[in-house]
Write a protein that binds this ligand. Structure first.
Ligand SMILES: NC(=O)c1ccc[n+]([C@@H]2O[C@H](COP(=O)([O-])OP(=O)(O)OC[C@H]3O[C@@H](n4cnc5c(N)ncnc54)[C@H](OP(=O)(O)O)[C@@H]3O)[C@@H](O)[C@H]2O)c1
Length: 363
């Protein structure tokens, strides 16, 4: 039997293809290794960013591919189909970071009731969070539609949660409003939801493309929605922090020149606008700074103690899920052709913001 993998050219994401490799026999697995069948996974603009930053942030190292190609990591579910580990049963369901493929071999380590870690040497170059798998069989929070939400949004909402916490901790750098770009993205509206529900009177302003304005308004978590081409006509008498999911040099330049010193913090988070113009040096206002989530996690883990992040995140997640039932339509697609179509649509920015794609490479 073979495993199938979806691979993309690292220097030209428009080139992609499927390759097959032989599935290892049980005896070929590493000692205490398990073979996992990748059951289903989510795909959003964030996965394109993993590919764009594949060299810089070492995402390409996690799931090796032939020379010049890479396998894009995705969040989702897999079932253990062969186990050489005494404490992991065949049929066990895992949630974590998987390749866009039908199978994955994991070198299981640190196995506990709650999860395990892949100790394969090539995976140790990336942040530890990417190598951890949760044992979620029988957990209703990870089953059915709730499971789809976890795969689609949990990793994104962790970023939303950390940015909200960071801004609140810094009293929004003295600003009275928060401006979010790519306001229709799941990461942005997760953050807007948190700001709207817990940080008033800070005003939450969403910047989006003209075609997505209706959707962003319908979310109900932005006080104001502005299209990209109207940024320079926004009121300029307010102070603001900017949380940039789009990564467009032009948009950033327009906003900085418009608000100047009233822009008290400029945070870079994402790169949804891949055709983004190059960065401009010496912009007026606060200097743009990349937000590095692991730094905030480390800080809060120390301050809040064991389980402190998890319990606060769990509460925040509980408040977010009802919004998803209202705003996201989950679409499940199976097989190589459907997977490739969703990949291309996401790469080209052709996925409607209310869509949440769940994919499986198996037919
Ligand atoms: N730094 C981190 O740790 C971290 C963590 C999570 C997410 N992020 C980043 O946050 C961003 C949002 O990710 P997501 O998964 O939440 O996105 P998503 O829900 O798939 O976002 C879709 C939206 O992004 C914009 N967009 C997507 N592709 C585009 C394209 N090719 N051209 C122009 N616009 C495009 C559009 O929004 P508009 O029309 O509103 O612009 C679109 O409605 C990504 O850049 C992601 O990498 C970063």
């Amino acid at each position: 039997m073979n495993a199938s993998h979806f691979i993309v050219a690292r220097d030209d994401l428009k080139q992609s293809k499927f390759i097959e490799t032989a599935l290892p026999e049980s005896r070929d697995l590493p000692e205490e290794g398990v073979l996992v069948k990748v059951e289903r996974f989510a795909f959003t603009a964030n996965n394109i960013t993993y590919a764009m930053a594949g060299d810089q942030l070492k995402y390409w190292h996690l799931f090796p591919a032939p020379q010049g190609f890479g396998i894009i990591p995705v969040w989702g579910f897999g079932d253990v189909i062969v186990s050489r580990h005494p404490n992991i049963a065949e049929g066990e369901r895992l949630f974590g970071y998987f390749p866009m493929a039908t199978h994955l071999v994991i070198e299981a380590a640190d196995v506990s009731k709650r999860g395990l870690r892949d100790a394969a040497p090539h995976r140790q170059v990336a942040a530890p969070v990417y190598n951890v798998y949760s044992r979620v069989g029988g957990d209703p929070a990870f089953a059915g539609r709730q499971g789809d939400y976890q795969a689609l949004l949990r990793p994104l909402f962790m970023l939303s949660f950390l940015v909200d916490d960071f801004l609140a901790e810094n009293q929004f750098f003295g600003a009275s409003s928060a401006i979010l770009s790519s306001a229709s993205s799941k990461t942005a509206f997760g953050l807007a939801h948190l700001l709207h529900t817990q940080r008033q009177p800070v005003r939450v302003i969403g910047l989006t493309s003209a075609g997505n304005m209706e959707f962003v308004r319908s979310l109900g978590c932005y006080d104001e929605v502005v299209s990209y081409d109207a940024v320079s006509s926004m009121p300029a008498d307010r102070t603001a922090v900017f949380i940039d999911m789009a990564g467009s040099g032009k948009l950033r330049g327009d906003l900085h020149r418009h608000l100047r010193d009233r822009l008290t913090y400029s945070m870079r988070v994402g790169l949804t606008h891949m055709d983004a113009a190059r960065d401009e040096p010496d912009l007026p206002g606060a200097k743009p700074i990349w937000f590095f989530a692991p730094d905030q996690i480390r800080k809060r883990a120390k301050e809040w103690g064991p389980g402190g992040i998890e319990s606060r995140f769990g509460n925040a997640w509980g408040g977010f899920v009802p919004m998803l039932d209202r705003c996201i339509t989950v679409t499940e697609s199976h097989g190589p052709a459907a997977l490739e179509q969703v990949y291309r649509d996401t790469l080209n920015g052709r996925v409607a913001p209310d869509q949440g794609h769940i994919l499986s490479l198996a037919e």
